[in-house]
Design a protein around this ligand. Structure first.
Ligand code: F55
Length: 795
């Protein structure tokens, strides 16, 4: 379409002229959008033809969330048009970055899990692998966060823009999903058959989005389902208006909870909607005999949210394809595999038996039979009650989705080495003993094309100028930067880019939030969802300690630091919301104190999302990864920050462990309890936070101030926090770890005092970050689980 800047400008200008008058930036956005879409269409079509012609095995990644972020800029990057377009627009007096700002980010996810799915589809396409995403087309993505009087408020977010849709409605591929109804046995041609009488049908309309791989070589599909009223006869056991209303609600909005299982009927409807619509389409579209499903299709379920895929596939194979139970089970358990993302008890999905029985009566029968047969298979072993409890799918009126997912799939993985070990040795010990070959690790990764190439185009340019462009295709080649980690001029260039990215973040914040940040301060960044175990509380308590020290000790005048926070709390998560309020309160106090302000600045970035992350991550000096050891399954922000040359202050948790392994502990700031110690304390209930207070006067003073209300403005918002720390036994070991955390921060200050040495450590981090590209993760999944064949690149 265009291969040079001049050509681009010519086509662009002609198109703009055709569009006539209007706001220039908006017209430019539309024009760019159309131009890239046209480019993509042809490749998209050709990719699907190639898959068909070669009968390629396809992977379907089922996920209730795809946190894709803005699309236009990423497509330009992956098509290698970004530079041409940027420079061309510059010459026309337009700024690409401003045009990009016009796109509303599709926030179809909560956090790590949803973003991982987005990185994975990027990597699949970039590696030329036949893999597609299946998800839901929520009308409203994750809420927009505002602070009112320091408290989080939530506002619904609409991302769908009628003018330039990022997806294509596929009327030709509509399927119908059945809810409710009565299960009956009917006599068919070949014996008794199960039939669900008078179900309530909901129409599932797919909307397809192209997923453009690196160099535009492969264009795969992200298919998102939208719920609409069915054209089929309505059974009439409820008011049609109620049915209409309930149907619209199915894909109306994303559940904003990333940690507590909601247990709500609407959530169950969403999950089934995704599974049923996707499976029906996969079976309809396949050009193979049903017995060969596992050779032609792999289905990966992203956590247990799509675990109903197991009984739904069984139902379709038995009821619609007339297979026997054993045949169906063999096929199902060779097609589906499952990824676990958490060991937190409260996040483990459990469904009330009656809820499933009412909403999905046939599915309930299938689950019951899976459970019965599994229990029967265990009978010969002498298992104690504890083991039987851990191995049961249905127990005490609830269905445990993780057990169903493990039993119904051929591979089960954790998302970092430590997490997988904990799954195998503890949380899922009994299951892993039953199925020793099922369990494996796949350490998460991130799409370096978004988190380095797109978010930090300047650093990417420097890397390419230094080691050549090969690293883009083979990110592990970033290791070649190691040779330059002591090269003075390279380090200077790196520092200049870090400053530039800080400046860009400062401008962004000034424009959006009206705060002014000191560019020369240390940018210490803590960005992630708010949760007790992620310990944003420990960070803010530490800032309070620093404030006290500055006030108390005239010799303590540390180098200026800006502590950035970003993240949302689930609307129902009271504790997390109190921590948000507390950070805002502390920020106001510290920032308004003339003495403290010279050394400390606290900035809470409102409405943290993918776009904000793209500004914050490249500007970071320090990456806060301070979860209570054993609790964070992996973390992926840790990888993004490392790849952008931030140094990690972190615990031995999740993928931090592997980050330290790759880069060396001497190039990070490691502190805190080990997972083993945490779990030991939990088991023996042997930790008492009061003992910390008795032995550490500084912590004692801080707690006293909190109790006295010195950190609140009249309102007693910290009461709840103090109660958790003292009365409730400090479940996330905040007081236990805060001393060693503080020491690690002192080490940071010492290291930062030597700029060149600091830069050397940053570069070593970048050099060691290639392992954390999701290209590596996806290749490993493909080799060990999905067995996909790379198609030759089209271009
Ligand atoms: C969303 C909905 C529910 Cl009901 C439960 C959890 C979530 C969710 O968003 N989980 C999530 O983000 N988990 C995270 O997954 C990441 C990718 O594997 C990990 O890096 C991270 O450790 C984990 O917490």
């Amino acid at each position: 379409m265009f291969s040079s800047k001049e050509e681009f400008k010519k086509i662009f200008v002609t198109r703009m002229e055709h569009k006539g008058m209007g706001k220039t930036a908006e017209l430019a956005y539309e024009t760019l959008w159309e131009m890239t879409q046209e480019w993509i269409q042809d490749r998209w079509y050709r990719t699907s033809q190639l898959y068909k012609d070669n009968n390629e095995k396809q992977l379907y990644y089922f996920s209730i969330e795809f946190l894709i972020g803005r699309v236009l800029g990423q497509n330009l990057i992956n098509l290698n048009f970004y530079d041409i377009v940027k420079e061309g627009l510059d010459e026309l007096g337009l700024q690409l970055s401003e045009i990009e700002e016009l796109e509303t980010e599709p926030g179809l996810g909560n956090g790590g899990l949803g973003r991982l799915a987005a990185c994975f589809v990027d990597s699949l396409a970039s590696l030329g692998l036949p893999g597609n995403g299946y998800g839901l087309r929520y009308k409203g993505g994750l809420f927009t966060q505002h602070f009112v009087n320091g408290y989080q408020t939530e506002q619904p977010t609409q991302w769908i823009q009628e003018k330039h849709n990022v997806d294509v409605r596929r009327e030709d591929l509509v399927v119908e999903v059945p809810y409710y109804g009565e299960v009956q046995l009917v006599m068919g041609m070949d014996g008794l058959k199960v039939k669900v009488e008078k179900p309530e049908w909901v129409k599932a309309v797919p909307y397809d989005m192209p997923v453009v791989g690196a160099n535009g070589g492969t264009v795969n599909t992200l298919r998102l389902w939208q719920a609409e009223v069915s054209d089929r006869p309505f059974p009439g056991h409820k008011d049609y208006a109620v049915y209409e209303h309930e149907t619209a609600k199915i894909t109306d909005r994303l559940y904003p909870d990333d940690s507590l299982e909601a247990g709500k009927i609407l959530r169950l409807k969403q999950q089934y909607f995704l599974c049923s619509a996707s499976l029906q389409t996969i079976l309809n579209e396949g050009s193979f005999s049903i017995e060969e499903l596992p050779e032609n299709v792999a289905i990966q379920i992203n956590d247990t949210h799509p675990a109903l895929a197991v009984p739904e596939l069984m139902r379709l194979l038995i009821d619609d394809y007339a297979l026997s139970w054993d045949q169906a089970w063999d096929i199902t358990t060779r097609t589906i595999s499952y990824t676990n993302h958490t060991i937190l008890e409260e996040a483990m999905e459990k469904w009330d038996r009656r809820l499933i029985q009412t909403l999905l009566p046939r599915i309930y029968m299938v689950i019951e039979e899976i459970d019965r047969r599994f229990k029967e298979s265990l009978q010969e072993q002498e298992l104690d009650d504890e083991a039987l409890h851990k191995l049961s799918i249905i127990e005490n009126g609830v269905i445990k989705m993780a057990v169903l997912a493990v039993v119904g799939s051929y591979k089960v993985n954790g998302v970092a080495k430590l997490h997988t070990e904990i799954l195998k040795k503890r949380e899922m010990k009994e299951l892993s003993e039953q199925f020793p070959n099922k369990f494996h690790n796949k350490t998460n990764g991130i799409a370096h094309r978004r988190w380095l190439l797109k978010a930090n185009h300047e650093l990417s340019g420097l890397i390419t100028d230094t080691i050549g462009p090969q690293w883009i295709k083979e990110p592990e080649r970033l290791s070649e930067l190691h040779y330059f980690s002591q090269n003075h001029s390279f380090l200077q260039d790196f520092q200049a880019i870090k400053s530039l990215k800080k400046e860009q973040l400062i401008h962004h914040l000034q424009r959006n939030q009206n705060v002014i940040v000191d560019q020369d301060s240390i940018f210490d960044i803590h960005i992630k969802r708010f949760h007790g175990y992620k310990r944003q509380l420990m960070n803010i308590l530490h800032i309070q300690m620093l404030y006290d020290r500055i006030k108390r000790d005239p010799t303590y005048r540390p180098y200026p630091r800006t502590f950035f926070f970003g993240g949302k709390a689930a609307p129902s998560y009271h504790f997390a919301k109190q921590v948000i309020k507390m950070i805002n309160t502390v920020a106001a106090k510290v920032n308004n104190d003339p003495l403290a302000r010279k050394h400390l600045h606290v900035v809470f970035v409102e409405n943290y999302n993918v776009t904000q992350a793209e500004y914050m991550i490249p500007a970071a000096d320090v990456s806060e990864q301070i979860s209570t050891a054993s609790k964070e399954a992996s973390g992926t922000g840790n990888m993004k920050l490392m790849m952008n040359g931030a140094l990690t202050i972190g615990t031995f948790d999740g993928a931090n462990v592997e980050i330290f392994e790759q880069v060396g502990e001497e190039n990070a700031f490691v502190f805190g309890m080990l997972a083993e110690q945490v779990m030991q304390h939990e088991k023996e209930k042997s930790y008492n936070p009061k003992s910390i207070i008795d032995s550490d006067p500084e912590i004692a003073q801080l707690m006293e101030e909190l109790i006295k209300g010195e950190w609140t403005e009249g309102k007693t918002n910290v009461d709840f926090i103090v109660e958790q720390l003292l009365e409730d036994g400090d479940p996330y070991f905040v007081l236990k770890d805060i001393r060693s955390y503080s020491k690690a921060h002192e080490q940071i200050l010492n290291a930062y005092a030597h700029p060149e040495k600091w830069a050397e450590m940053c570069v070593k981090n970048i050099a060691a970050s290639g392992y954390f590209s999701s290209d590596r993760t996806i290749q490993q999944y493909s080799d060990d689980v999905w067995h996909l064949t790379k198609i030759p690149s089209l271009y």
